[in-house]
Design a protein around this ligand. Sequence first.
Ligand code: CMC
Length: 429
Amino acid sequence: MSKTVELIYQGKSYTLPIIEGTCGEQAVDISALRNTTGLITYDPGFVSTGSCQSDITFLDGEKGILLYRGIPIEQLAEHSNFIETSFLLIHGHLPNQSELDYFKHHVTHHSMVHESIKNLYDGFPNNPHPMAVCSAVVGSLATFYQDQLNVQNEREIEIAIHRLLAKLPTIAAYSYKKSIGQPFSYPQNALSYTENFLHMMFSNPCEDYEVDPLVAKVLDILLILHADHEQNCSTSTVRLVGSSRCNLYSSVSAGIYALWGPLHGGANQAVIEMLQTIQDAGGNVRQFVDKAKDNDDPFRLMGFGHRVYKNFDPRSKIIKKLAHEVFDKLGLNEPLLDIALQLEEIALKDDYFISKKLYPNVDFYSGLIYKALQIPVNMFPVMFAIGRLPGWIAHWIELQGDKDFKIGRPRQIYQGQEKTDYTPLKKRK
Ligand code: CMC
């Protein structure tokens, strides 16, 4: 017998169905609530609200499980690569050889951007934040392909997917080159996805640049770890924008802005800045842990806590191990790593963090690795965006084909002034 919930309101009883997910999640279906009862629900930050049914990613925050299309993140990080994982997220299954070859070919051969796009970079002030530039330039793609924005046309969507995956690294690397006043490096189709990105970031016309295979491999793993995380802030943004049947380029552009904030993808930059502040202030880690615990102090430990993970973030476990490997293999001595380790140790033993279930999240160590790979700090959120792109695309596509599709339009509970008459200017106090 299917499960239901009984709601009693003003003496009348209403039966609400329960929806069950394949991994055991249960949700009360309130979609008919307003029509049948006149009531709406109130849930700031959507803490208890499921916005959709999705086949893409499962995560269990209590057990620290993350699955892309059913496959554990640990296995993908070990055996897959970012291109294959992108295919998996977008198409729902691991590709066979010919599917992979086709996908790889197109994601590689769309990497060049229209020459006019380069002029856009000159319109920005000197040293703009690359997240702002990336979002603006990705948004501009809708103007370059404006006759191919039909959200119901599968072929146009397929090309948009290839273009976005191929061009975002180019757009991102150009934003960095612009900020340091160097000429743009064109993409090299003979290189792998991450090798090509590193080449565009660090090569210049005056000398040869050889990509370190370790750096390219580590970057690839980091992108896999970022590739999707179900209904997070930026993915929900992409879905909400896409729910107006807005094209993929513009929806992704909005997602990049949502990711930028320090509570979301901007946290990896904020972590490094916080570690630097602690070091500059003499390295007294305990003092900063106490600040984070003080309710009257807005300071928070960046890279700690997560809306969903209340045990540990499985991505942070992989990244922590990777960080040690990178530092050992590259022979680096990073003083901020020591501070990070101290901070983690103190926080994990502290009652405040234990009772609130605040553990290091994906951003705690990713910034340190990016730093070791010579990625500039303000590019960290951009790295997150490149990684999250296949997830955004997968969710946008799923939404467009959803049998329960509706434009996203939450309700509100109005608490403002009741109906009042207009006061002419002369009569106002
Ligand atoms: N340092 C100190 N206290 C914290 C922290 C922190 N990093 N995170 C949460 N808390 C406290 C918070 O003050 C609150 O205390 P109280 O119950 O006394 O009011 C309690 O823990 C619950 O926090 P919340 O803000 O209600 O939790 P949330 O689920 O709304 O926020 C979060 C999640 C990630 C925004 C938050 O933990 C945070 O601000 N962390 C730092 C920023 C960060 O690392 N963000 C990256 C998230 S992972 C990557 C991604 O998916 O984008």
